[in-house]
Design a protein around this ligand. Structure first.
Ligand code: PRP
Ligand code: URA
Length: 214
């Protein structure tokens, strides 16, 4: 079964509260998405393989370490885009392969609209980036796409999950670890007149809040 790593780091929890607040405007919201991603990335990449590398320090030769694996960042459009900058600060040599998915408003099923993955996998580790794991449909569909592509090691990095999304991902892809800042209470069911499929308490629509739309 995959690991679900929920960060309890005080900095992450502090920034997450600011992110959730309805009064946080898009500029601050984007900054917080970037900062939380940066902090989560540190933990999410803790099992990357290393190889020895001999260098000369100003004092003497030594055997250091360097990353042995190529990492691909897979942001799910739109909202995952806000996480890419932070990841590229941590991993400047990563490749970025965008997947475009939106949720059908009635069925909540993911609809694919952009995919320019090359024919053959070019990376050893794929890190899916999306702030929200709600029903799990978008994340599961993205892992499906990556596995059909031939990806072998896949991780999911998000900010807030619903229990339903975590369960769906684990059932569909028990080999994919989930790194997240919080697992919230539930999803809206549409019974109170609000749209169904939103994480409660959540933060609303991550794409709209980053880009000032909606
Ligand atoms: C949001 C979010 C995820 C998806 C999560 O995207 O960024 O991709 O919903 O929901 P799920 O787990 O139920 O699939 P949305 O479809 O709103 O598109 P957007 O990023 O373009 O706003
Ligand atoms: N997508 C979002 O942006 N927010 C949610 O709460 C659920 C899906």
């Amino acid at each position: 079964m995959s690991r679900v790593v929920v960060s309890n780091h005080p900095l992450i929890q502090h920034k997450l509260t600011l992110l959730r607040s309805a009064t946080t405007e898009p500029k601050k919201f984007r900054e917080l998405v970037r900062e939380i991603t940066w902090l989560l990335a540190y933990e999410a990449l803790d099992d990357l393989l290393l190889i020895d590398k001999t260098i000369d320090t100003p004092l003497c030769p030594m055997v250091g370490k360097e990353l042995a694996e190529r990492v691909g960042l897979i942001p799910i459009l739109r909202a995952g885009m806000g996480m890419v900058g932070a990841m590229l600060e941590v991993l400047p040599m990563a490749e970025v392969w965008h997947i475009g998915l939106y949720r059908d408003h009635k069925t909540l099923a993911p609809v694919e609209y952009y995919n320019k993955l090359p024919v053959e996998p070019t990376v050893q580790v794929c890190l899916i980036l999306d702030p929200m794991l709600a029903t799990g449909g978008s994340a599961v569909a993205t892992v499906d796409i990556l596995k059909r592509w031939g990806a072998k090691r896949i991780k999911f990095l998000g900010l807030i999950a619903a229990p339903e999304g975590v369960q769906r991902m684990q059932a569909a892809h028990p080999d994919v670890d989930i790194h997240i800042a919080a697992v919230d209470e539930r999803l809206t069911d549409g019974s109170d007149g609000r749209p169904a499929g939103y994480i409660v308490p959540g933060l609303g629509d991550a794409g709209d809040r980053q880009y000032g739309t909606g």
